[in-house]
Design a protein around this ligand. Structure first.
Ligand code: ADP
Length: 626
């Protein structure tokens, strides 16, 4: 037996790899299974090129067997095998890929199913094994050879006996240490779950002896254990199947199998693209909001496969944040993988796929809104807030994608409507898209500020999510119509003469309002006769960019800077209460001060804002009663 040395630099590479290329040591099994699958593919290509040969599908499979006592795991295949020279070349020279050479020799286009290309995957087995034995018999020969290595001291090759064509790789799994436990690699269930995770869609059967139990013959209570060989991988991934073969149930089952959620998906999108980049994808829009969806813990991303082999469990770059609720997988043969096959080399292809996926999701949602309103509204209830965050984020750069997907509750329709629906039924004289903000629809309905706008017959959108006003600020205009809060200074409504406070009135009342403003100094920017109130005595409006709802939201955030909206106390001069104010202005300033404070606090309460001193407020109310 001749002992050969690894080429000197190989030794270092081997060491480096075992310790640094891979982040997950369980991928060694993925690498060995991929090699086995490549080896079977190679026989398949040979039979394609040779009419005298036949490819009997049943004869081609991969077997995984573990032996707990001896701490070994054996990966066998019925693939093409290796000659003595190939064993030496392919397994003795690191970074030499026999598979890549095969692809070139046989002019197999990149992206065809053969997975190997870097010539390092095999050595990843040294992460978990301290000795590897490879027995191989090449197709068309009657000679078999055994290659063996402990990783550090080179390898040996010697002739041996093997009945059938193919390769058998035995790993002597490392002993456990204090920090490292390797038992999952000799455990039946451990191995099975690694196969399912990375290699579920390898095209050939991966067989394992699976222990099971059954009722003993003749007994109704006693069980006996037995071992049965089973295929553990699904082989054909659902996304490679023809859409016409698949039913909703198949998609739903895949969703459950993948643990995307406990709910049923609301929609699935099956994509097969063949073009400048080819990929298959199955995407899901879940029905229910995941419990952690609006928390920091929620991680967006799609599973990424390359030719049926799992590369990344959550590839975040495939989804924009505003579609982060989408679950699913993407499989492409066109990705440039880095050497560990755990990450991508270039993201050009990924960017193309991501762009394409974004459009597909958007189209799906557009279609849903158009064709199945009930379902869309359910979707919107679950994930609408995320779309609104999406508009607000990145300085509104995604508003064009998202604004037509928005829905708000309408004062007129008493249900949610889209912006397009709102604008399309706006009367000609209506200048703005009106909205009112508050905690709930019920509370907004009672806001004094909406009186004028609704009396005018205009529709008002109710904003009950904190993000609503912020998102709308980014949109600014929808179909040339600006948004206007019902609490903003100028509503842009022409009010009938008698309701509108005339300039004479204004002059008359000027001193009274000035006085009230002094009483409320630091609290309001101005006190004015209202142009929007009809029945209610008072309300607050805002004078600047920042609305009262925005003030509430910003101040509820951690590290808030205690921002304040410029508030205006509006007085309904047609209300009887106003006569009392006027009277007390003439006769009893102290009373006027008391009334002013009460009115201001009432306005705060209506807005859902805290009043500064509740005790003083209730005392004041009592004073009025006495
Ligand atoms: P890669 O798979 O990226 O080419 P590997 O280090 O995993 O790199 O394998 C090196 C080469 O060894 C492969 O390209 C292939 O030619 C050969 N090889 C590995 N495993 C097998 C196998 N089970 N059957 C036949 N050839 C194999």
């Amino acid at each position: 037996m001749e002992k050969k040395q690894f080429k000197t630099e190989s030794k270092r590479i081997l060491d480096m790899m075992v310790n640094s290329i891979y982040t997950h040591r369980d991928i060694f099994l993925r690498e060995l299974i991929s090699n086995a699958s490549d080896a079977i593919d190679k026989i398949y290509y040979k039979t394609l090129a040779d009419d005298t040969l036949n490819f009997e599908k049943d004869n081609y499979y991969i077997t995984i067997a573990s032996d707990k006592e001896n701490r070994t795991v054996k990966i066998s295949d019925t693939g093409i095998g290796m000659t003595e020279e190939e064993l030496s070349d392919n397994l003795g020279v690191i970074a030499k890929s026999g598979s890549l050479a095969f692809k070139k020799e046989n002019e197999i286009k990149d992206g065809y199913d053969i997975i190997g290309q870097f010539g390092v995957g095999f050595y990843s087995a040294f992460m978990v094994a301290d000795k590897i034995t490879v027995i191989s018999k090449v197709f068309g020969s009657d000679k078999a050879y055994k290659w063996e290595s402990d990783g550090a001291e080179g390898y040996t090759i010697e002739p041996c006996v093997k009945d059938s064509v193919g390769t058998e790789i035995t790993l002597k799994i490392k002993e456990n240490t204090e920090d490292n436990n390797f038992d999952e690699f000799i455990d039946e269930n451990g191995l099975k779950s690694i196969i399912k995770k990375y290699s579920d869609f390898i095209r050939y059967p991966i067989k394992m002896n699976v222990s099971q139990s059954k009722l003993k013959e003749g007994s109704k209570t006693e069980y006996e254990d037995f071992v049965e060989e089973k295929t553990v991988n699904s082989m054909v991934p659902i996304w490679r199947k023809n859409k016409s073969e698949l039913k909703d149930e198949d998609y739903n089952n895949f969703y459950a199998e993948k643990h995307y959620g406990f709910d049923k998906p609301a929609r699935h999108i099956h994509i097969s693209v063949d073009g400048s980049i080819s990929y298959n994808a199955i995407l899901y829009i879940p029905e229910k909001t995941p419990y952690d969806f609006y928390t920091k813990e929620y991680e967006k991303g799609l599973e990424l496969y390359s030719s049926g082999v799992l590369i990344m469990e959550k590839c975040a770059d495939l989804l924009p944040d505003y579609f982060s609720f989408v679950k699913g997988i993407v499989d492409s043969e066109d990705l440039s993988l880095n050497i560990s096959r755990e990450v991508l080399q270039h993201d050009r292809q990924l960017k193309l796929i991501a762009k394409n996926i974004k459009t597909k999701i958007k189209n799906e949602l557009d279609g849903l809104l158009k064709n199945d309103r009930v379902k869309y509204e359910e979707f919107y209830k679950a994930f609408g807030r995320q779309l609104k965050y999406g508009i607000y984020a990145d300085f509104g750069s995604n508003k064009d994608v998202l604004q037509d997907l928005l829905m708000f509750y309408s004062s007129k329709e008493k249900k949610v409507v889209t912006l397009d629906e709102y604008v399309s039924r706006m009367p000609e004289d209506q200048k703005y898209i009106y909205y009112a903000s508050g905690e709930t629809n019920e509370r907004i309905e009672k806001l004094p500020q909406i009186e004028m706008v609704s009396d005018k017959g205009y529709e008002i959108l109710y904003f009950t999510d904190e993000v609503d006003e912020f998102a709308i600020r980014m949109i600014m205009k929808y179909k040339e119509k600006e948004f206007k809060s019902v609490s903003s200074g100028d509503l842009g409504i022409d009010v009938a003469e008698k309701e509108n406070p005339s300039s004479d009135d204004e002059k008359d009342n000027k001193e009274l309002f000035e006085h009230m403003k002094t009483v409320l100094s630091g609290k309001v920017k101005d006190v004015r006769a209202s142009k929007r109130l009809k029945n209610y005595p008072v309300c607050l409006s805002n004078d600047g960019e920042l609305t009262i709802e925005m003030e509430k939201t910003l101040n509820s955030m951690p590290n808030n800077e205690n921002v304040k909206a410029d508030k205006v106390l509006e007085i309904n001069i047609n209300n009887d209460m106003f006569k009392v104010l006027k009277e007390s202005f003439e006769k009893d300033k102290e009373k006027l001060n008391l009334y002013t404070n009460i009115l201001y606090n009432q306005a705060l309460l209506i807005e859902g804002l805290p009043i500064n001193d509740p005790v003083e407020f209730t005392n004041n109310v009592c004073k009025v009663m006495i």
